[in-house]
Design a protein around this ligand. Structure first.
Ligand code: ASP
Length: 649
């Protein structure tokens, strides 16, 4: 990617995360382990299997017509299944009946062909195809199914309108790239299952109709017919159930769990998703992290052996370090462009914006964007708009020209000497652009961090797109003050444990838990929370849980739950913890996001067989659909008149 900033670039949808990492029929590498034999009544071989060693064998093959070329006396058919493509030759003089049948077939017809494997004539081999040295001389061609002309070509790449692809997903899934991604997904699931079984985990399925486990999102609800007026919730995650399994003595649980959260869809999140959900007993945070790290490395090697893991053991950053250096709790460390604190450099500069922020305990942070020193006015405007969208009040910039001279609208306030100190502090070179945000602590770093993440991609700072940069972030704050709710919200998981040294901080300033305030010591407590990050995306997170009844109650009080409310929401776990709960912890990793990153897809719909649109529609099945009056009556529900669907986020 060019290092030059192109105008209008920032408004566009995210570019693909990296080069296409695809393997397919045409490359003949569909099955990296080698050809698969799946002989049945309809076929002796799959369509990716035959080689020169099969020459003269009598075979029977079945599949779809990928392409047909009619040369009169000779008809060539490329027959396709998910394993590959095999060329069939139908010669009118050798097999007149087969030729007559082949004359009538069209793309996507399903055929059974019987014939003999022959070496292709010299010069007509197709080196791109695994089966490219042979062809089948057909003795018979039988049409098993005819096909309408598909709404988009199956034998071409995927740049079809997505609505059409989703409506005819069963046709879209015939295409090699997406088919390959789902095969890779299946491999990942198999590999996960193998690793967990090898290490003593028990796979337990938890129910889909449950009582809501609040994970910070809206529940999907299901009205109960047998208990009118009551509802089930679909699981946002099996969090409470997996913890209850620990109390039940299953010391190592895992599940490929379907989770549902009624949120506006985003590229990296849909209303339904799949996660690897695990929980372990008698473990420290180190035990969980090292098990997960070993699993992730092993599964990565099994699924994408050609993609190197950038750093192993995975680097670990405290939340504070990640925020201060990269402006993100899911940093992409494949490139530098680190943030620098400019508080000391700008202190007392007389530039009101900076002085006020420094005096009020906020942060002035800057970074050098390489090669952007000659950015145009409108490019700067675009960067400023991005910074504002990321929550900054504004963006200060300083351009360093090729001779090292600094130009900036704030030069007159800061003076040249301080400007040079800033340039030196952020490590800017001639030709670079210095970007500075001044705001509250964390807020300032995150706003600049958003810019860093986008510029790192756009400026082509990632040298090797193939690398997988896994890392851990830990030491998160336990809570975040919610000023509207006047309470401490759990930053991650309501059950997260607290660092042993910080247990004494789970207190209020007054000692009275009915009077929460932003100055409570609880605001300083750090959680035993760990997030796994891949290439700047949060792959998942988990924690060591609170397993003591008294401490959990204290944490829930800080989270603003009365004793009655906590009993109503989390009663099962609270009760269970009075019957001997082992220390335990776990994690959940987003499978969709993981596969999307491993196959360089920006959108998780590209790695789901039957995804929903941004407004939650299944275009193929036509869901959601109006309820039948009889169904509503049975449930005792009245439906409000339909409204316009929500716009995708
Ligand atoms: N329940 C959490 C989630 O689904 C993961 C965990 O803490 O294990 O995100």
């Amino acid at each position: 990617m060019s290092r030059r900033l192109r105008l209008g670039l920032f408004g566009e949808a995210e570019a693909p995360i990296g080069p296409a990492h695809e393997v397919g029929y045409d490359t003949g590498r569909m099955n990296p382990e080698g050809p698969v034999t799946l002989a049945t009544a309809y076929r002796t071989h799959t369509l990716g299997e035959l080689r020169t060693e099969h020459v003269d064998a009598e075979v029977s093959l079945s599949g779809w017509v990928n392409r047909r070329r009619d040369l009169g006396q000779l008809i060539f058919i490329d027959l396709r299944d998910r394993h590959g493509v095999t060329q069939v030759v139908i010669d009118a003089t050798e097999s007149p009946d087969a030729h007559a049948a082949a004359t009538a077939v069209r793309n996507e017809f399903v055929l059974r062909v019987q014939g003999t494997v022959a070496r292709r004539r010299e010069g007509t081999e197709n080196p791109k195809l695994a089966t490219g040295e042979i062809e089948i001389r057909a003795a018979s061609v039988e049409v098993l199914s005819w096909a309408k002309t598909p709404p988009f070509p199956i034998n071409e790449p995927e740049d079809t309108d997505e609505t059409l692809r989703l409506k005819y997903r069963y046709l879209d899934l015939r295409r090699e790239a997406i088919n390959h991604r789902l095969v890779l997904r299946s491999k990942l699931l198999r590999s996960l299952s193998e690793v967990h079984h090898k290490h003593g985990f028990v796979e337990v399925e938890t129910p889909i109709l449950i009582k809501s486990t609040p994970e910070g999102a809206r529940d999907f609800i299901v009205p109960s017919r047998l208990q009118p007026g009551n509802i089930y919730a679909l699981p946002q995650s099996p969090q409470q159930l997996k913890q209850l399994l620990m109390v039940a003595g299953f010391d190592r649980y895992y599940q490929i769990a379907h989770c549902m959260r009624d949120e506006d869809a985003r590229a990296d999140r849909g209303p339904e998703f799949t996660q690897l959900d695990i929980e372990m007993s008698f473990v420290s945070q180190e035990d969980v992290m090292s098990f997960v790290e070993m699993t992730v490395a092993e599964v990565t090697r099994a699924v994408v052996p050609d993609r190197p893991i950038r750093t192993s053991p995975f680097p670990r950053f405290s939340y504070r370090e990640a925020i201060d250096r990269f402006g993100s709790d899911k940093p992409d460390v494949r490139f530098g462009m680190e943030l620098k604190d400019l508080g000391e450099v700008v202190r007392g500069s007389g530039f009101g914006v900076f002085d006020n922020v420094v005096e009020s305990g906020g942060r002035v942070v800057g970074m050098a964007a390489p090669g952007l020193g000659s950015a145009t006015r409108s490019q700067i405007d675009e960067l400023t708009a991005m910074a504002k969208r990321a929550g900054a009040k504004g963006l200060v910039h300083m351009a360093v020209d090729n001779s090292g001279a600094v130009t900036s609208p704030v030069l007159k306030f800061l003076g040249e000497e301080r400007a040079d100190q800033i340039v030196a502090a952020v490590g800017a070179s001639p030709g670079d652009l210095v970007l500075i945000v001044a705001d509250a602590d964390i807020h300032a770093q995150e706003a600049l961090g958003d810019l860093r993440a986008v510029l790192g991609q756009r400026l082509g700072l990632i040298k090797d797109d193939n690398e997988l940069s896994y890392l851990w972030v830990y030491d998160f704050p336990m809570y975040k003050w919610d000023k509207d709710g006047n309470r401490w919200d759990a930053t991650h998981n309501p059950f997260s444990g607290v660092q042993p040294d910080d247990e004494k901080l789970l207190e209020t300033a007054t000692g009275d838990f009915s009077q929460l305030s932003p100055s409570d010591p609880a605001g300083q407590a750090r959680a035993l929370q760990h997030d796994l990050v891949l290439n700047g995306w949060e792959l998942g997170g988990g924690s060591i849980r609170i397993h003591r009844h008294d401490l959990l109650e204290r944490s829930f009080l800080l989270q603003g739950h009365s004793r009655e409310a906590m009993q109503e929401k989390f009663g099962a776990v609270l009760d269970a913890f009075e019957y001997g709960a082992p220390p335990h912890g776990g994690i959940a990793l987003g499978i969709d996001r993981w596969i999307a990153l491993l196959t360089n897809q920006e959108n998780i719909r590209e790695v789901q067989a039957f995804p929903k649109t941004g407004t939650g529609s299944d275009l193929m099945l036509g869901a959601p659909s109006p309820a039948e009056p009889a169904q509503l009556a049975e449930l005792g529900l009245l439906m409000a008149p339909p409204r316009e669907p929500a716009k995708p986020a």
